[in-house]
Design a binder for this molecule. Structure first.
Ligand SMILES: *Cc1c(COP(=O)(O)O)cnc(C)c1O
Length: 434
């Protein structure tokens, strides 16, 4: 069998040397991979349990159009999400176009003029800067008279509790906590750490709404922020919970009164959750949510495999090869543009879609440097699928995530290494370190 696999790799452009490096490393990560499998096993049961409890049946997959009144598929799915995440309610809709939209929805539904929004974890995700109005933007929360405060993180990337206590005042209505580091260098937070932060905030002001940006975090642990006091958790269906099958969508899960506000904001006051036709996407939402725990498991194996591979080759990686995982993003610092480009070329070359395309850095809107992106995805921009991107600026790091299956993710990472070897960036001597 082994020989056959290596032949196949060779046929697809992976040299024998690179293949053997991969085999050796995978063997060394056996225990680590087992812990991800165990985590997926628990989460798989959690999802199936919620589906069974809500008596999911073929009727749930029917097409609904028009106003979308009485859509049992949509309503049942929302209860499945709520039960999986242990919340009172959820809003899971194709009309929520992406993660940023879901976050903007949850914020604008909860905040009123004069209210204060607090981020106790430093700067939020880039796209939220315009939602909040940190960068002036049309229709931002700032335009509606919502005040924003931010408490910077300590040197170690964790919370400055005294400063947070000081920042909370009678106007503080909502606290937003981002679980994943996104494209920053701070740590991603464990659910446990988020729970401690929420407990601290609630002790100072019990009625403050604690919202967690859960993007890239779903099913990485056996608990979610909603298990440790978050009033709302928010995410994108073209990341973890869509399992690679959802073609669009976002969710908000949490306290029933807050979700009701979100529904009134998403559709219209008075209409709320009652409208919003699901236009045939329900089957992919259920199917994707069912697969999500094992898909996230593959993405975690990919992240840890890449971390260990590039760390051993001598590159700086965040998180490092042995750290516990709280999201699916892996950063590898190459220190030179050529490294970033070769890595992304490898990920693209291994893709099931658009594998023949060569990615090149370009001036993407919203970025202050050229960016190279590798994404041969079935769903445009889906980052639960194997994908990578790197801004062409120091420290020349590539951010890598996803992988619907472990064998494909492994192939992608080995292809990235192959491209680095072919470009003469990774030498034979470096390969011998593994
Ligand atoms: C991806 C992401 C978002 C925004 O989601 P989009 O779907 O890209 O709009 C927000 N926060 C975090 C932490 C993310 O990873």
């Amino acid at each position: 069998m082994r020989n056959k696999v290596s032949d196949m790799y060779q046929e697809m452009g992976i040299s024998e040397k690179v293949f053997h490096v991969g085999e050796k490393l995978e063997g060394a990560l056996k225990d680590r991979f087992k812990s991800f499998d165990d985590n997926a096993e628990y989460n798989q049961l959690k999802v199936v349990n919620a589906m069974q409890k809500n008596r999911v049946n073929a009727e749930c997959f029917h097409y609904a159009d028009g106003y979308g009144y009485n859509d049992p598929g949509r309503d049942t799915l929302e209860q499945v999400y709520a039960d999986t995440f242990h919340t009172e309610a959820a809003l899971v809709r194709p009309q929520i176009t992406c993660g940023t939209h879901a976050l903007a929805l949850a914020l604008s539904a909860s905040l009123r003029p004069g209210d204060e929004l607090l981020s106790p974890v430093g700067k939020p995700y880039d796209t939220l800067e315009e939602v909040i109005g940190i960068r002036p933007s049309k229709g931002s929360l700032a335009e509606y008279g919502i005040i924003y405060r931010q408490v910077e993180l300590l040197e170690d990337g964790y919370f400055n509790y005294p400063a947070i206590e000081k920042a909370i005042n009678e106007k503080t209505k909502l606290v937003t906590i981002q679980r994943s580091k996104g494209y920053q260098t701070r740590p991603s937070y464990s659910v446990e750490k988020i729970g401690e932060l929420i407990a601290f905030i609630k002790k100072i002001k019990p009625d403050v709404i604690c919202m967690v940006d859960n993007c890239y975090g779903e099913f990485v642990e056996t608990v979610e922020p909603s298990d440790v006091g978050a009033d709302m958790i928010v995410g994108s269906l073209i990341k973890n919970p869509g399992g690679g099958l959802a073609p669009i969508g976002g969710y908000v899960a949490g306290r029933a009164d807050l979700i009701e506000n979100c529904a009134y904001r998403l559709t219209s006051p008075g209409l709320g959750k009652e409208v919003g036709a699901s236009l045939g996407v329900m089957k992919s939402f259920y199917h994707g949510f069912f697969l999500a725990p094992t898909v996230v498991c593959s993405a975690l194996k990919a992240a840890v495999f890449a971390a260990n591979l590039y760390e051993k080759l001598g590159y700086f990686v965040i998180p490092d090869g042995s750290e516990s995982r709280h999201d699916i993003i892996q950063a590898v610092q190459f220190g030179m543009p050529k490294g970033v480009i070769a890595f992304c070329e490898g990920i693209q070359a291994a893709a099931p879609v658009d594998s023949y395309v060569t990615p090149v850095p370009w001036a993407m809107p919203g970025y202050d440097s050229d960016v190279i992106m590798a994404a041969g995805a079935f769903v445009q921009g889906s980052s639960i699928e194997l994908s990578a991107d790197g801004p062409i600026k120091p420290p020349y790091a590539v951010y890598f995530q996803g992988g619907l299956t472990w064998p494909h993710a492994k192939f992608g990472i080995l292809m990235s290494l192959q491209k680095l070897v072919d470009a003469g960036i990774v030498t034979d001597e470096m390969l011998q370190r593994i």
